[in-house]
Design a protein around this ligand. Structure first.
Ligand SMILES: Cc1ncc(COP(=O)(O)O)c(C=O)c1O
Length: 366
């Protein structure tokens, strides 16, 4: 294991979320915790109306703008309630009266988003689904309703391990996307998007908050009669400070973005690293007699590598053995079983190399 890991008694963390955060960021938080920015207080004790906190939130927003190359047409919002609240806020705020909403269903998270629109009685059309093959691939054939309010899809299915490499074509319909499990893992072309969002607990920071990027014209759709806290305009007009926001989470997000921008060098560079990490594990799977990938090769995720062993007994042995070697969080989601290595931005190439070594050794010893 790396020297730092041993000294800090850290393990190799392959959790799906909440997930690994960059070690230098965690260390800096620890060092500054009791006396944030010479204030004599911890970040958790200062007012969200103070200049100090204004600097924290502005810095997080500015870094997001630079990393994603956002123009003034886009707003960066912090909203509590995780990604799941967005499933509900999107149809509530952005479905136009008399116009259908389009969804692509690629598994659990898309299905949850669809359900929230259904609850609100929206005119939903699921224009494509990969349910016929248990969500092991991404559908490529679909027709978008010309009049649709938006087309919603999930960029990365955390549970099944699929990821869109080329986003669906919304034609002139605005795209809306749940990017929770691959946000900031690669550069994206933001122009077709009316809104995209991510629960923070994978690539950004602590759980319980979502980052929402919304285009100016979408704000015009927000109905007047929604509850204040459920309107995107409330967050935009008050720069996410209408009420007391999760200040600690925003602070950590800002630090993670600083690490991504300054230490890593931005999204192109993290994409290069992420591709390298994923290819190391997929190489083991592709050359193995016992590890079997669960998704079609052209739909594979760089963030969540899912695989099975020949039987559940062997899977259990694999997981126990891995944990004994400091390799944690490799159990697949409870709804699908099997194994999953989540390789988010903060998971180091050394952690991945340790996993590769263990996988090869495990197979050799059988
Ligand atoms: C793709 C995706 N969307 C949404 C969620 C739900 O996020 P939250 O728990 O923040 O509501 C998850 C799970 O963590 C996820 O992986």
């Amino acid at each position: 294991m790396e020297k730092d890991f041993i000294m800090e008694k850290r393990i190799h963390n392959f959790n799906a979320g909440p997930a690994a955060l960059p070690l230098p960021v965690l260390k800096e938080i620890k060092e500054n915790f009791l006396n944030f920015s010479e204030s004599g207080m911890s970040i958790t004790e200062i007012s969200h109306r103070s200049t100090l906190f204004e600097e924290v939130i502005n810095d997080a927003v500015d870094r997001t703008r630079r990393l994603l190359n956002l123009d003034d047409n886009y707003h960066v919002l912090f909203i509590q309630g995780g990604a799941s609240l967005q499933f509900c806020m999107i149809p509530m705020n952005l479905a136009l009266p008399g116009s259908p909403v389009n969804y692509i269903n690629t598994g659990t998270w898309s299905a949850k988003a669809i359900k929230e629109a259904q609850i609100q009685g929206k005119d939903i059309r699921v224009i494509a689904t990969s349910e016929d093959k248990n969500f092991s691939y991404l559908p490529t054939v679909y027709t978008v309703d010309k009049q649709a309010s938006y087309l919603h899809f999930t960029t990365n299915n955390t549970i099944k391990g699929t990821q869109w490499q080329q986003f669906p074509d919304g034609q002139s319909v605005p795209l809306i996307s749940d990017m929770s499990s691959d946000f900031m893992s690669r550069p994206i072309d933001i122009k077709p998007f009316g809104l995209f969002y991510a629960g923070a607990q994978k690539n950004l920071g602590p759980a319980g908050i979502a980052m929402v990027i919304i285009r100016e014209d979408m704000l015009e759709r927000v109905p007047d009669n929604l509850p204040t806290m459920l309107k995107y305009t409330t967050y935009k007009d008050n720069r996410s400070l209408f009420n007391t926001p999760p200040t600690f989470a925003i602070y950590v997000i800002g630090m993670v973005l600083k690490w991504l921008e300054e230490t890593i060098g931005g999204l192109k560079e993290i994409e290069r690293i992420n591709k390298k990490k994923a290819s190391l594990i997929y190489k083991v799977i592709d050359n193995s007699e016992i590890y079997q990938g669960t998704t079609e090769a052209n739909s594979r995720s760089m963030m969540n590598v899912t695989f099975r062993l020949p039987d559940e007994k062997l899977e259990k042995r694999f997981l126990v053995g891995a944990a004994k070697n400091g390799l944690n969080g490799l159990k697949g989601h409870k709804s699908v079983g099997g194994c999953r290595a989540s390789l988010y931005n903060a998971v180091t190439i050394n952690s991945v190399r340790s996993l590769v070594e263990f996988m090869n050794e495990f197979e050799k010893k059988l």
